[in-house]
Design a protein around this ligand. Structure first.
Ligand code: ATR
Length: 270
């Protein structure tokens, strides 16, 4: 039986084993998929142990996605762009790193929120690891405009600079702004800040939301101040559960070469 794991700290809350088992069931496959708690200073040795025990691959979650990037001997283009790895494949000789988070976000928006991103005006809130992880897949959809707003504007500018070439190639107008300077309305607003972990509201005008706007919070499991603000403004609101399941589906495809049906799995987890 092929063995997989999700490595994090903490890890008890992870839904990845249930999601991957649900996918495996769709194909009549039997897999082992375990939660592995790595010590904060022991990610590399944990990976080594899994390899020695014959594991085929592992997902990586907080706070190890950057260490997983460093540990990978080959990196997909999207993992390179993200600067982080959430999916490891243990080859005979090499550890391959990929990142399916951005693809998961885009697929959730396209498939389950019936919203195309091509030619749209997108606002991305945040410039941390989560935001950088979704930049390339968003740009690849060919939106008309992708604006990054962050509390710390320098950080947003530094992130944007990394994607200037990709933006140019895809004909996407990239811009950086502060929360306070946001005045326009966007077709899609994505919250990639970690502010939703607290009750701290983000300080920006509700004018960013129209009634046609998809307001997407990458967080799931709770109604964040961002979601409340968007709902009050009449926007269509989405949480990150679909992204979680779509990123898992992409990892499943990397490992098994099979594309699971995600809609029923999202339904089950609602
Ligand atoms: P993650 O991996 O979740 O992206 P991170 O790299 O620490 O975590 O980035 C957190 C993001 O949330 C950043 O964009 C951060 O803004 P700064 O770059 O200005 O620090 C943003 N963030 C966190 N708490 C916030 C708050 N209370 N208000 C506004 N932005 C916040």
């Amino acid at each position: 039986v092929e063995k997989y794991a999700v490595i994090g700290h903490p890890i008890a809350h992870s839904k990845s084993p249930l999601i991957h088992q649900a996918f495996a069931l769709q194909f009549g496959k039997t897999i082992v998929y375990e939660k592995v708690l790595a010590p904060l200073d022991g990610f590399a040795s944990t990976v080594q142990q899994l390899q020695q025990q014959g594991y085929v691959g592992a997902n990586v979650t907080v706070p190890f996605k950057f260490e997983a990037y460093d540990l990978s001997q080959t990196l997909s283009e999207r993992a390179q762009a993200a600067g982080a790895v959430n999916t490891l494949s243990f080859g005979q000789t090499q550890i391959q790193g990929d990142n399916t988070d951005g693809c998961g976000l885009v697929n959730d928006i396209l498939k389950h929120h019936q919203t195309a991103l091509a030619a749209k005006k997108i606002l991305l809130l945040g410039a941390g690891g989560a935001a950088q992880g979704v930049m390339l897949p968003l740009i690849a959809q060919g939106p008309a405009q992708l604006t990054i707003a962050n509390r710390t504007q320098d950080k947003a500018q530094a992130m944007l600079d990394k994607f200037a070439d990709a933006g140019g190639q895809c004909g996407v107008s990239l811009a950086v702004t502060t929360f306070a300077a946001l005045t326009e309305t966007y077709d899609v607003v994505i919250n990639a800040t970690s502010a939703g972990l607290t009750e701290t509201p983000l300080q920006f005008s509700s004018h960013v939301f129209g009634t046609h706007t998809l307001a997407y919070d990458m967080m799931y499991g709770r109604e964040t101040p961002f979601m409340q603000q968007a709902r009050t403004a009449g926007a269509q609101v989405a949480d990150g559960l679909g992204m979680l399941i779509e990123q898992a589906a992409e990892a499943f495809f990397i490992w098994h070469g099979l594309r699971p049906d995600t809609a029923p799995v999202i339904q089950t987890f609602r």
